[in-house]
Design a binder for this molecule. Structure first.
Ligand SMILES: [Zn+2]
Length: 130
């Protein structure tokens, strides 16, 4: 389910709200902090989430890894784990699942299809950062 970021005009908190695509722009939104209804949609994603997306994109593109046999899911999984360690940051919850499934021989394409939320970003992570 997509998460949308809003700035509350009443309490000036930045809030993340879950909305389905059908609800977005139709269903009124309410600030979970103060209950205010004056919420401004933040344009684009928060910086941290965006960079996470870009990392995921880079990871899902085996050609960016260099020396990885993209036809060998295990090879891709190894490279992803290496990248994960190098990032040294909190990894998205999907990360371990993806690498585990790659190691079990499942193709990246099949994993992506089964995880429609993949790439929706870790909105919420780094919310303390302005
Ligand atoms: Zn508020």
């Amino acid at each position: 389910m997509p998460i949308y970021e809003y700035l509350c005009q009443s309490c000036h908190n930045r809030v993340s709200l879950f909305q389905t695509y059908a609800e977005y722009g139709v269903k009124p939104v309410k600030c979970p902090v103060c209950g205010g209804k004056q919420l401004s949609r933040l344009i684009g994603r928060v910086r941290v989430a965006k960079s996470d997306d870009q990392r995921l994109e880079a990871m899902s593109d085996p050609s960016a890894l260099g020396g990885v046999d993209e036809n060998d899911p295990k090879s891709v999984a190894r490279a992803m784990k290496k990248m994960g360690r190098e990032m040294g940051e909190d990894l998205p919850p999907e990360f371990n699942e993806i690498t585990d499934r790659l190691e079990s021989g499942e193709s990246a394409e099949s994993i992506e299809k089964s995880m429609p939320d993949l790439g929706s970003g870790e909105v919420g992570a780094g919310d303390d950062e302005i």
